[in-house]
Design a protein around this ligand. Structure first.
Ligand code: NDP
Length: 310
């Protein structure tokens, strides 16, 4: 069976940074990119807060540069999906999507997080027919049409702003009476005349005979001012946050109450010796690209130290 010193799962800023550091330290590594090479940043537009790019940089371009840098310094970057890892003994044994197995002395889990849905049956019913969790992927289909974005954080504001340049009108459906997004993002949204924010509003369902044609909403839910109303829309975009991608771990690592991998306060070590976690999958708090890259670096240094002590 093929054997490596460090198996890296995930190809966001955390995974690629871990690959760069481990490769430069002469640790025999392999990184599996998963279903979405480059991760969440490939579904965003310009990144303005990653240091080193004063004019901003396209998310996909940034990730391709990180990938190229990893390959240039000798990392073994492969497409493929790690289906499971047996962590009951070392070396760990990972099983890939095609059934192949690979042994590893250490693992860095950097699988990030995926978009959350509201949990409505209608989201499934209209999946691919008007329901999306990625404005930059699907926004193109809604040129000169009417769309709604759910959420009041930075992602929702960013998606609403992006869509407002394509669609004729964008509703933002916000459950509280304020936006949680940063002041700069809020201002961008407020400045757009074709964005209408529906505060104190929740979605209860979607309707349409031919894909999404509208949403059933409720204002002031659960109060005596509660009011049901419908809006006519062609697209319904979710932007209510993300959940960590840990299903493939099969409960072998300790998670916090929100499902993020628990690590030490000053290290990336998890509850299993030799397994480390980096990036959004272990970060309920900051969830920034630069923070993910930082923990990818830390995980690689932790791996080096661990291997040296074997
Ligand atoms: P957030 O958790 O910040 O915001 C989620 C939003 O969705 C909130 O408004 C929340 O409402 C709402 N929400 C959550 N669950 C539901 C639900 N069931 N029904 C209705 N509304 C719901 O997530 P984001 O993805 O926006 O951001 C994540 C992190 O990434 C943040 O740290 C953010 O700053 C960062 N980010 C930064 C960007 C940048 O700097 N350019 C761009 C994008 C993200 P409520 O407020 O009521 O909880």
């Amino acid at each position: 069976m093929e054997k490596v010193q460090c198996l890296i799962v995930g190809s966001g800023p955390a995974g690629y940074t871990a690959a760069i550091y481990t490769a430069r330290a002469n640790v025999k590594n392999v990184l599996f990119e998963g279903f979405q090479p480059g991760g969440q940043l490939t579904t965003t537009t310009t990144i303005e807060n990653f240091p080193g790019f004063p004019a901003g940089i396209d998310g996909t371009e940034l990730m391709m540069k990180m990938r190229e840098q990893a390959v240039n310094v000798g990392a073994d970057v492969r497409s493929g999906f790690v289906q499971s890892i047996d962590m009951s003994k070392r070396p760990f044994v990972a099983t890939l999507d095609g059934g192949a197995t690979i042994e590893a002395d250490t693992v860095i889990v950097a699988t990030g997080a995926s978009a959350k849905y509201l949990g409505l049956d209608d989201e499934k019913k209209y999946a691919g027919q008007g329901v999306s969790a990625c404005a930059t992927c699907d926004g193109f289909f809604y040129r000169k049409r009417v769309v709604a974005v759910v959420g009041g954080g930075d992602t929702a504001c960013e998606e609403a702003h992006y869509l407002s340049n394509l669609a004729s009108k964008v509703y933002m459906i916000v459950r509280k009476d304020y936006l949680r997004a940063s002041a700069a993002m809020q201002q961008r949204v407020m400045e757009k005349e074709n964005i209408e924010i529906l505060f104190n509003t929740n979605t209860v369902g979607l309707f349409g005979d031919n894909g999404v044609e509208g949403a059933h909403l409720v204002k002031y839910k659960g109060t005596d001012k509660e009011e049901l109303f419908d809006i006519a829309i062609d697209g319904f975009f979710l932007a209510i946050g993300h959940q960590p991608n840990t299903a493939f771990l099969g409960g072998q690592l300790e998670l916090d109450e929100q499902g993020y991998i628990k690590t030490g306060l000053a290290t990336t070590a998890t509850s299993v010796e030799g397994v480390f976690a980096a990036g959004d999958v272990a970060d309920p708090r900051y969830r920034q690209a630069v923070a993910a890259a930082g923990t990818g670096c830390r995980a690689a240094l932790d791996v080096e130290k661990f291997l040296a002590a074997l």
